[in-house]
Design a protein around this ligand. Structure first.
Ligand code: CP
Length: 370
């Protein structure tokens, strides 16, 4: 993965057929997307995205936020396009925000409740995907407990597939909304959001603490945060970091300037941090012998106001949700002045609007593997 890819429509001069205006301003999203403005047919993970791709997602999200601020937060951009939401796993934030995002773009939305679908009669994922396509789906948003399931769906679906989270593997829209939320929080620094702004997390220390091993959120964030230049630290008990050391040494994509730090020393991780993300600790991890007890985890790794005192004064706190308050994060931190957790949820709608919009204008993109 190259961070230096120059791509039509992301920079100073728009290419023919590109909806991105000169100067890197947000694209005009009131009308349907221009064909070819986005090169990836699917969004299965963020590892296929170059920095200019990510920057275009962020700027398109700016445009969507402007839409959301209107008295009627709706544009006709995806009128006549069917977006089908197929979640095999529980979700509140991702499922609802995709539904709201698609409706805000005037798409037709089908929400499949897997528990009351033919999946319960043994229908395979491939058959279900072919069925929803025959019913008119053009964009398929899928969540599945099995890593790789969205890739299988993409291999048989002729439209666009958006991964809403698969197993431990990837949660690309969460990583992009996390990045957008950080960018919004840092927006007082004009270098962050100015047209053509570079890797805006350069020189910023970002810490992810918790169950890294089982976290698709952490895996996708490794790509986006290092792409944005962050000094990234992953922290947790050694049992929940296994395998990440080698990746950290090689760097995301094997790129030297995208190395990150893996540690079980929470005090060292939090020292002078600019942003801290807590990850959910799941009860089932104890059954696997990975944690002695939730109480011990909370005592050693819970994000408390006292521990956050080691971070920079302006440091802010994220959590992808759902939260176990009192375990990985203290209630007063979750709802305190440093928390941007509600902003993450709100930004999820705008980011997903941007991604639906960009994919609808995709040229195909198989050549980029996306
Ligand atoms: N962050 C996240 O994926 O939350 P949901 O499981 O509620 O969608």
């Amino acid at each position: 993965m190259s961070l230096d890819v120059e791509r039509p429509g992301v920079g100073d001069a728009p290419a023919a057929g590109d909806s991105t205006p000169a100067g890197g301003r947000p694209p005009a999203v009131d009308r349907p997307p221009a064909a070819g403005a986005w090169l990836h047919r699917h969004l299965l993970d963020v590892d296929a995205l170059s920095w200019p791709d990510i920057d275009l997602v962020l700027r398109t999200t700016d445009a969507m936020r402007e839409v959301l601020a209107r008295p009627i937060a709706k544009v006709p951009a995806l009128r006549g396009t069917n977006v089908t939401i197929l979640f095999y796993e529980a979700s509140t934030r991702t499922r609802v925000s995709f539904e709201v995002a698609a409706r805000n773009l005037s798409a037709d939305v089908s929400n499949i409740a897997v528990a009351s679908s033919s999946v319960t009669k043994g229908e395979s994922l491939v058959d279900t995907v072919k069925t929803v396509e025959a019913l008119g789906a053009r964009i398929l948003v899928i969540r599945h407990a099995v890593s790789g399931a969205p890739y299988l769906a993409a291999s048989v679906f002729t439209g666009h597939v958006l991964n809403g989270g698969d197993g431990w593997h990837a949660h690309p829209t969460q990583a992009l909304l996390d990045l957008y939320t950080m960018r919004s929080r840092l927006a007082g620094d004009v270098a962050v959001t100015a047209p053509g702004a570079g890797r805006f997390l350069s020189g910023r220390k970002v810490v992810i603490v918790g169950d890294v091993l089982h976290s698709r959120v952490a895996r996708s964030n490794i790509w986006t945060l290092t792409a944005a230049g962050a000094d990234l630290w992953l922290c947790g008990p050694a049992t929940l970091l296994r395998g990440f050391e080698a990746w950290a040494r090689a760097g995301a994509g094997g790129v030297a300037d995208r190395r990150f730090t893996v540690t079980s020393d929470l005090a060292a991780a939090l020292r002078d941090a600019d942003a801290v993300m807590a990850l959910r600790i799941q009860q089932e991890r104890m059954a696997g012998g990975m944690l002695p007890s939730l109480r011990e985890y909370a005592a050693r790794y819970g994000l408390t106001a006292e521990r956050l005192g080691a971070a920079k004064p302006a440091a802010f706190v994220l959590h992808p949700g759902p939260m176990n308050e009192g375990v990985e994060i203290a209630p007063d931190v979750a709802s305190g002045p440093r928390s941007v957790i509600t902003d993450q949820v709100t930004n999820g709608v705008a980011v997903r609007m941007a991604l639906l919009y960009l994919l609808a204008g995709s040229a195909g993109g198989e050549a980029l593997g996306g």
